[in-house]
Design a protein around this ligand. Sequence first.
Ligand SMILES: Cc1cc2nc3c(=O)[nH]c(=O)nc-3n(C[C@H](O)[C@H](O)[C@H](O)COP(=O)(O)OP(=O)(O)OC[C@H]3O[C@@H](n4cnc5c(N)ncnc54)[C@H](O)[C@@H]3O)c2cc1C
Length: 508
Amino acid sequence: MPTWGLRARQTIFSIFVPTGKKVIVIGSGFAGLSAATNLASAGFRVTLLEKNASPGGRARQFAEGGFVFDMGPSWYWMPDVFESYFGRFGKHPSEYYDLVRLDPSYTVVFGPNDFMDIPARMEQLRDLFESLEPGSAARLDAFLAQAAYKYRVGIHEFVYKPSRSVTEFIDPRILVSAVRMDIFQSFHAHVRRFFRNPKILQLVEFPVLFLGAVPQNTPALYSLMNYADMQGGTWYPMGGMHRIVEGMVKLAVEKGVTFEYNQEVTGIDVVGGRASSVRTADRTYEADIVVAGADYQHVESQLLGAGSRSYSDDYWNKRVMAPSSLLFYLGVNKKLQKLRHHNLFFDADFGLHAKEIYQTPRWPTEPLFYVSAPSQTDPGVAPAGCENLFVLIPLAPDLEDTEATREKYYHLVMDRLEKLTGQTIRDAVVYKRSYAHRDFKSDYHAFKGNAYGLANTLMQTAILKPSLKSKKVNNLYYTGQLTVPGPGVPPSLISGQVVAKEIIRELG
Ligand SMILES: Cc1cc2nc3c(=O)[nH]c(=O)nc-3n(C[C@H](O)[C@H](O)[C@H](O)COP(=O)(O)OP(=O)(O)OC[C@H]3O[C@@H](n4cnc5c(N)ncnc54)[C@H](O)[C@@H]3O)c2cc1C
């Protein structure tokens, strides 16, 4: 897998110059971990404060009755980004976890007896396209050639930019690329220039859901996600996605980061336009630099005084948030038929569900949903003969979230799951936990109970995102899925690298 020459320019970071400057990083999600490790590696004295008892933020893990549940992300895409992350410290992901490529990559369920395995091999994928729409294999080649270019330039030129000023993008190479990058065309229109078959359209549009917006509002630039899916592949770290977090924490400790858990930051003290210290319930930590990896809106509205906020409440209320989710972690005491590791249930009208997320926010009439069964690949995440299920229903943020509603949707989705796979499941559930808006708010201070941060719409891309540097507090920086480059595990890793680079450039 190419690393697009990233390593060469990253060596700048690796030079250790003990600055003696104290950095407080708030939050141990991927972005906070990445920022902390990069800064410690460059010679800063870094302390990371995390409100929860364990690291990983939305990617925490818990174990119950022999089942091991990843709480959030389950798709491992863009392995080159992880290689690049560990590579800058002279390491490789294989030193921290065993990665396996899934084949089929995932399955899409269009209806009863209409399950479509998506093969990992390109030749088989082309055959699948051709069987659905004659001539589409050649068009897939053309589509992916463009997507490969976008992936290469997007990952190389765009996502590593701090996006603090439009001048960063005034470079003839980037301006020329911008046309080929399809920034101003919608993903929806772009895809329809290549394909007509409804199943192909759903398949090609699905990765955009990771960006938290509908294809109509997503720039065609993001067909780079199709390259990541179809060429880069779907991978799985044995033991679960939390293995990545464990590897990152190990590396951070090696680089000298001090971790303090159960330390919820309750305020950032600002004196003369500079953050001088960070407070928790029982301590005050002096700081030369503060990096907020907690949800941006929470830091602004709860941890800073009104005069130190970059954005108004009105600004935040007008942002398009990525969806929230209703999740079920289920332990099942039998093996299930017809399920793969990743299963997308597209047997309902996506248009209606999308409308109920973005236009007229409400609990969905007939939701699309996703089921991950990592025990199909990994015997370590469930007792022998059992299945580990993670069920995700995307929802509008800020909905009223009650036990009764969660239970209603549990049965609605399980009815469909049982019918579509032709087996009973509920009678074999021996462990069940639900998770939705209320939990996102209480566990992560998530604005409106969002799951994936801010949607990657055209109007919320690059310099149009909340800035990674405070406009009011000179030594306060932000990282994570509400700032650049956006939601997802790889972007969060990159976000931490980008903010560290800015700090080293400005204050190192
Ligand atoms: C259900 C779900 C499924 C997902 N699926 C995928 C997927 O399959 N693939 C993928 O690539 N991405 C996926 N994502 C997105 C991805 O997980 C996130 O984009 C990423 O983990 C965000 O990392 P972060 O560091 O920005 O934020 P977080 O992980 O939220 O980290 C922020 C941290 O700050 C802490 N914090 C908050 N307030 C305070 C405070 N006051 N004091 C101290 N600490 C504080 C929080 O506890 C948390 O640990 C998924 C997300 C969810 C929720």
